[in-house]
Write a protein that binds this ligand. Structure first.
Ligand code: NAD
Length: 361
């Protein structure tokens, strides 16, 4: 593993022994595919396929896929004692599911972090434990002109969802294990990630239609490809900082190589895109002539407008989200078109609970 060169160069994980918890998921699988290109010795992927499909796990002799929850004591015990890097990306996806079932969120989002860190503190070969933190859990709630959220922003004690609370608790447990046991813990605060391998309907039913309709970008693309009106919640006035998954994965690798233990790093584009503008772009790229539908604001969601400040990540770990939103969307539309059969197969798993998907099958 070469992590000693200039902080501007993309690090290499050649020969490394890596753990990716949640490695079958959207971000996790993109990370695993990218790491494989570096020639690691082994990547252990632990994932219970709660919100993922096995198709995302590459068929490669260097991958050891453990299909189980990371809270399983035997799985934890059996983790290699000579790991170099651990990425913790498991969560209970996402906000709406956690509101529908806070206990399931705890079981797959909060306790996962605690049990994993309790085990990792004893693996002394670890050079970094990188945690998937959420920029949304730290951002100020506003529908006015937002300011960029930096790493040292004050954190609210009132949250819209158990998911948001779990993401912060994960940060706090990691900070504890860093201070108490010197576990080399660093936080990657993601903004809104989009791109290939986010499979609508992947995994088990999680209590709400958002099992199928995951984040806004894949949902808009799928609906636009079917000539449907895109739903503009709160008139599409809310804004997000969209980061292409390829850029985010490079950010994770940079944090693993160059990030300081105990610190947080924003991974975002640093730009706000209004949801109505996202809808316009997606409709143009897919040739969807149906005008969007204005929908009311969600009663639980106070997040409004936000974007992250990537200055610290640029200056300290050489991270820049290089992919223009338009180009990232083009790639995501192309991937969606090429994978419609897969997406329809994962959607079909939920047709009994969500009859509205029958029309696509
Ligand atoms: N996608 C985003 O925009 C975004 C934004 C902020 C933070 N994040 C964080 O990034 C991480 C990855 O998100 P994603 O979008 O790839 O979601 P995802 O649902 O695709 O990935 C989560 C993975 O964790 C697995 N998992 C769930 N419970 C588990 C358990 N108990 N044991 C082992 N594996 C388990 C799921 O099966 C899934 O593969 C999550 O921690 C999420 O909170 C994502």
């Amino acid at each position: 593993m070469n992590t000693s060169s200039s902080t501007q160069a993309l690090p290499s994980f050649s020969g490394a022994r890596i753990l990716v918890v949640g490695g079958a998921g959207f971000v996790g699988s993109n990370l695993v595919h990218r790491l494989l290109a570096d020639g690691p010795e082994q990547i252990v992927v632990v994932d219970n396929l709660l919100s993922a499909d096995k198709v995302n796990v590459p068929d490669d002799p260097r991958i050891k896929f453990v299909e189980a929850p990371i809270t399983d004591d035997k799985v934890l015990r059996d983790l290699p004692q000579n790991l170099d890097i651990a990425f913790h990306l498991a969560c209970y996806h996402g906000n709406q599911s956690s509101i529908a079932d806070p206990i399931a969120d705890h079981d797959n989002n909060t306790i996962t972090s605690l049990k994993l860190f309790e085990r990792l503190k004893d693996i002394k070969s670890l050079k970094k434990v990188v945690y998937a933190a959420a920029g949304c859990a730290v951002a100020k709630k506003t529908r006015d002109e937002p300011a960029a959220t930096s790493e040292d922003a004050d954190v609210e004690l009132f949250h819209d969802s158990p998911y948001s609370i779990s993401k912060l608790v994960g940060e706090m447990y990691g900070n504890y294990y860093f201070r108490r046991y010197k576990m080399p813990f660093a936080k990657a605060r993601f903004q809104n990630v989009y791109g290939p391998r986010e499979i609508l309907g992947a995994g088990r039913w999680r209590g709400t239609p958002h099992t199928v309709w995951r984040n806004v970008t894949p949902t808009f693309i799928f609906k636009a490809l079917h000539g449907e009106a895109l739903p503009l919640i709160n008139g599409g006035l809310d804004g997000r900082d969209f980061i292409f998954v390829g850029d985010l994965v490079e950010g994770l690798m940079r944090i693993a190589a160059y990030g300081n233990a105990g610190e947080a790093y924003n991974l975002g584009s640093g730009r706000e895109t209004r949801i109505r503008d996202l809808a316009t772009s997606v409709n143009a790229l897919t040739g969807n002539a149906t005008p969007p539908d204005i929908a009311p604001a969600r009663d639980w969601d106070n997040s409004g407008r936000r974007f992250g400040d990537p200055t610290k990540s640029r200056q300290t770990i050489g991270f820049v989200a290089n992919t223009e939103h338009q180009r990232g969307l083009e790639e995501t539309v192309a991937w969606t078109k090429a994978n419609l059969d897969l997406i329809k197969k994962t959607m079909a798993q939920h047709v009994d609970r969500l009859p509205e998907v029958a029309k696509y099958l």
